[in-house]
Design a protein. Structure first.
Length: 183
């Protein structure tokens, strides 16, 4: 008898249906998994291995996104009411469209035209690469000046260490000589 896979991890057809229904309602995999009583690992395993389930999830996510996209479009074009209060009283209610929401919608609709690169600015990767080179150069210079000793400093440290060693050796020899005379 062929094994269907759902008995192994408990993701029964009923739980799949509940997960898809919750995904449509909430638009969020974590919430869908919580409602269906499964782990997100199980959900993503089935999403990656079952093309039919993956297609259903894609359609469900698209359906869940429609109201959000409509709301975003309304906020970008019509705006949202903004209440201005002074001295505890409402003095004005103005409706202000959202430029940032419009930018996000445009970038999502046409990333090549409205994305980060089209505004004439550098990409994050380019900026990080340039900054990394500058920071590494500054760090090397700082290390040279702060952490690397000059020849004179090294010479002084060695002479001091040799003097201290000589003093210890002479003290030990004197101690041994004193013990030998005491015997």
């Amino acid at each position: 008898m062929a094994h269907r896979g759902w008995k192994r991890d408990g993701f029964t057809p009923e739980k799949k249906a509940r997960a898809l229904e919750a995904l449509e309602t909430y638009g969020n995999v974590s919430d869908a998994c919580r409602v269906a009583g499964i782990s997100d690992t199980t959900f993503y395993r089935h999403l990656n291995r079952d093309p039919d389930f993956a297609k259903l999830c894609e359609m469900t996510r698209a359906k869940a996104a429609r109201p959000l996209e409509t709301l975003a479009w309304q906020r970008a074009t019509e705006g949202t009411p903004e209440t201005i209060i002074r001295n505890g009283e409402v003095v004005q209610i103005k409706v202000k469209p959202s430029d940032s929401m419009m930018r996000l919608l445009l970038q999502a609709a046409n990333p090549k035209k409205y994305g980060r690169m089209s505004r004439g600015g550098a990409s994050r990767r380019q900026i990080e690469k340039k900054l990394r080179k500058t920071i590494e150069a500054e760090t090397r210079e700082r290390m040279k000046s702060e952490l690397v000793a000059s020849d004179e400093e090294v010479r002084e440290a060695l002479v001091g260490a040799l003097r201290a060693h000589g003093i210890r050796v002479r003290a030990k020899q004197a101690e041994e000589a004193g013990e030998a005379e005491a015997e």
